[in-house]
Ligand binder design. Structure first.
Ligand code: ZN
Length: 260
């Protein structure tokens, strides 16, 4: 097993979001707060970033996101890297769980990084862009001009080792067109299963199961949830949910330490 260090980087808080968008609730007016975060994997073979947070540049971001996102300068991914002695240039790979606005904001901040994303996610998101229907219309226009070094993860495999101890899981359709997760095999801290927004929070899977309001394909969301639960049980892995504030608060943050 290669030696790696895993850092949970806090990239701000999304406040007063409508809870029913993410997790079923009896009260349609209920709001809640959820963390925006990224995971850095310092690995002997590559520095890997899982997701790239939301940014707060008005010209590129939706008004609703800007209004709800509390992100200090120190929360921005490049700042978080510098706090632990890395520069944005040191990132080799950015793995995107999907291409929603709170996950792709800083992909242009890492000049030497390859951006890995599900092929289906990329193709359908670009289709939506071409039809002026994307939720990240302004971001995509900006990124296309910046020419990121994209690498697409095909849908015909479910798992693939990225580097020793880090495995890509291709969940397919569900929350979005193509969802990606990572399994991290950590000798001391145990296995961590990063599932992104395939499961927003522990509350989503209950029991009882609480379906998200925003979901592209509910049938496949359910299939993915069952698959993740099965894999996590078989591998004895801890699931790290996409936006679970309670879980996030319990994790060691990059400013405090790391998992290894
Ligand atoms: Zn999200």
């Amino acid at each position: 097993m290669s030696e790696m260090k895993v850092y949970c980087m806090k990239n701000g808080l999304n406040v007063d979001s409508l809870k029913s968008d993410l997790i079923y609730t009896d009260d349609p007016t209920e709001t809640f707060n959820f963390p925006s975060w990224t995971v850095l994997i310092r690995h002997p073979e590559a520095n890997i970033l899982f997701d790239a947070a939301a940014h707060k540049i008005p010209e590129r971001q939706m008004v609703l996101v800007l209004e709800n996102l509390k992100m200090k300068k120190e929360d921005e991914p490049p700042a978080r890297l510098r706090q632990i002695g890395l520069e944005p240039e040191d990132i080799n790979l950015v793995v995107l769980s999907h291409m929603h606005c709170d996950h792709i904001g800083y992909i242009d901040a890492f000049p030497n990084a390859k951006i890995l994303v599900s092929e289906a996610e990329f193709l359908y998101t670009m289709r939506d862009y071409g039809m002026y229907k994307s939720g990240v219309q302004k971001d995509l226009k900006y990124f296309i001009e910046k020419r990121p070094n994209w690498e697409l993860i095909p849908g015909d495999f479910e798992t693939k080792e990225l580097v020793p101890g880090v495995t890509i899981y291709n969940f397919g359709r569900g929350h979005s067109y193509g969802m990606i997760g990572l399994m991290l095999d950590l000798p001391n801290s145990g296995k961590k299963f990063l599932v992104g927004d395939a499961i927003y929070a522990a509350e989503s899977i209950g029991p009882p199961l609480r379906k998200p309001g925003i979901c592209l394909d509910m049938e496949n969301w359910l299939r993915t949830v069952r698959y993740i639960q099965k894999v996590a049980a078989e591998e004895n892995a801890e699931i790290w949910y996409g936006h679970d504030l309670d879980q996030f608060n319990s994790l060691v943050k990059s400013s405090e330490g790391y998992y290894d």
